[in-house]
Write a protein that binds this ligand. Sequence first.
Ligand code: GLY
Length: 563
Amino acid sequence: MKKIFYILLLAFICFSCKKNTETISKRGLVSNKAMVVSARVEASQIGADILKKGGNAFDAMVGTGLALAVSYPFAGNLGGGGFMVYRQSNGTVGGLDYREKAPLAATKNMYLDESGEVIPKKSTLGSLAIGVPGSIAGLFDVHEKFGNLPIKDILEPVIALAKKGVVVTKNQAKRLNHYQDQFRLVNNDSLLFYKVWKENDTIKYPALANTLERILKNGRDEFYKGETAKILVKFIHEHGGIITEDDLAKYQAKWRKPITFSYDDLKVISMSPPSSGGICLAQIMKMIEPYNLSEYGHNSLKAIQVITEAERRAYADRSYYLGDPDFVSIPTDQLISDAYLKSRMSDFSFDKATPSSSVSHGNIEVVESNETTHYSIIDQLGNAISVTTTLNGAYGSKLYCSELGFFLNNEMDDFSSKPGVPNMFGLIGAEANSIAPEKRMLSSMTPTIVEKNGDLFMSVGTPGGSTIITSVLQTILNVHEFNMTMQEAVDAPRFHHQWLPDVIQMEPHSFDKNLIKELENRGYSVNEKDSPVIGKVDGILVLNDKRLEGGADHRGDDAAVGF
Ligand code: GLY
C-alpha cells in the first residue's frame, strides 16, 4: 500500500514538473529591467548595450534601427521610412511619422499607360518606385527630442558591425539567393550580393560603414543635403529616377498624435494616418468588443467569424477614407465611434458570412509579404517604444547604391496607382490615396503600445503588409482574451481577412480541417496556400511582477535581448 502511495506521489511530482517545464518553456525571454526585441540578434544586442550604458529607449531605437539596416537589409534601412509610437515612463504618449514622400515630379497617373492601364512593376521595381526616404530624418528627430547619449555612442557600434560583417542565417541565404535575378534586372553595376550564399557566410558592408561615418560626422543633413545626398541623387538619375536634391532637402519627419482607444480595461495606443494601422485596429477591436471571445475560445469557429467580419468592414473603410492627413480630410472620430461601429456590425450573423460584394465591389488576388520589420523596446526607466520600418517589398525597389551601401524603397506602390486596382498587397485604394507631389502613401504599419488599468502593458508590432493590422490585433487578443504568454501569443497560428479579396487567409497546416469545413459551410472562402506565414510579430509584455517577457516570432530569426 505504502509502495503504491509512493508511486502515485512520484507520478504526481513528475506530472507537476512536466507542467512547470512546459509552462516555462512557452515563455519568451524574461528580464528584470529592460528589453529589445527585433528581427536580428545583432540589432537587439546593440539596442540592449545602448540601454546598459545609460541610454534610454529612444537612444536604443536609433541604434537598433540602424543595426537592422546593417544586419537585415531585407527590410531594415536607410533608404526607406517608418513609424514610431512611444509611451514615456510618465504616461505621455506620441507618434512619429517618417514615412517616405512622393517626389516633387510625381504625378497622379505616373504608373499608367496611354490607355489608362497600370504598367506592371513600374511602381514596384527600379528607380521610379522610390519614395523620398525618411528613416535618417526620423531617427535623428527622435534623438534630438528624447535622446540621452551622444549620437557617437549610438552609431559607433553600428559602424563597427558594418565593418566586422554579419553572419548569414539560413533564412537570409535563401532570400539573397532568391532575389538575385531581380537585383540584376535593375542595377547597372555588380553588387556585393552576387554569389551563392550559404548559412554562416559573412557579409561585410564597408560602403555602408563609410556612409554612417559621414552621417556621424555631419549629422542628419549629411543624408539630405550633404555628399551622401549628392551621391544618392546622381545614382537615382543614372537609373532613370526622378528624385532630386530638392526632394531630399525638403524632407521632414512629422510628430503626430497617435490613435488611442479603450478595449475592456486596456488602452491601445497606435499609429495615426498616414498609417491606416491605428484606425483599422480601433475599428476592428471596437466592433468585436461586445462579443465574448474568451468564452468562444482561441481560433474557434465563432471567434474567427466575429474577427473576420469586423476585419472585412474595417478594410472596406480603409480603402475609401484613408490617405495622407496633410492632403485629405479623414473622419477619424466618426470612423472609430461606438455608434458607427455598432451600425457596421448590425447585419452580422453567425449563420452566414456577409459577402464583401455587399460591403463593396472588386475581384482581386492577395500576395502575402513580410518585407517590413518591427522592433519593440522597453527601457529600465519604463519608457516604451514600438517601431515599424520598411523598404516596402523585399529589398525595396531592388536598387542598391553600392557607393552608399544600402537598398532603396519601392514605397510608391503603397499609393493607389488607379482607383480599384490592387497594389502588391492586394489592397484597393481610392482618391484619398492617389499620388501627389510630397504626399505620403497610405501604410498598414501598426506600431502599438497597450496600457492595462493605466499602466504600461505591452509594446507590439509586426511586418506583413496588409496583414500587419490583423496580426497585431490577434497578438493583443491572445494575451488579453486567451491568457497566453507573450511568446505563445506571438507564435500562435494567424488568419487574415481584408475585405477584398473575399477570402480568409490562414497559415497552412495550422487550423483544424473540420473548423475550415464549418467556415466554408457558412459561406466563407478559406485560402491556406498563399500565406506561408502571416506576420512576424515582436513584442514585450510587462508581467504582474513588473519583469518583462519578450515574444520574438519563431517564424523569423527574431531575437529578444534583455537584462
Ligand atoms: N509598405 C507596407 C506598409 O506600409 O503598409
